[in-house]
Write a new protein. Sequence first.
Length: 159
Amino acid sequence: MTTAAREFTGRHLLYILVGFFSVVIGVNLLMAHFAKSSWTGLVVENGYVASQEFNKELEKAREQKALGWLPEFIYDSGRGLIEVKVLDKTGTPLPVKGAWVSLVRPSDSRLDANLTMTPDGLGHFLSEKKLETGKWQARLQLEDATGHTMRQEYSFVVR
């Protein structure tokens, strides 16, 4: 029994090209759908307004640096405990009136949380919050009795 050699025609090439590009376009559409449905990508609501506030933010950063506060952010995943310690340049605890932490999960905003920290001694604040594993950002805000404020951001990974 002999088989006849089949001839490669233009129609075969057309089927191969249509199939190849159909797969590529299909995968691109699927990835675009996942990207659009999972995260908006917005960091600020209005980029123009944020750009106009930039110089004010720089001035606040200079004032903050002049205060000389050295906050330390600690997350103990075993106990689900957030600790914030606030020291000056010499290592002395500072009398901070209030501390707030915004926990941000970059991949899922539904897990974000705002916490008011409870003072536990001079310059030491605590709050309990069990976090899911993954990458997190903590946005810390401190205020002293004179009205000075300080903001600091930390990135950390919960294992």
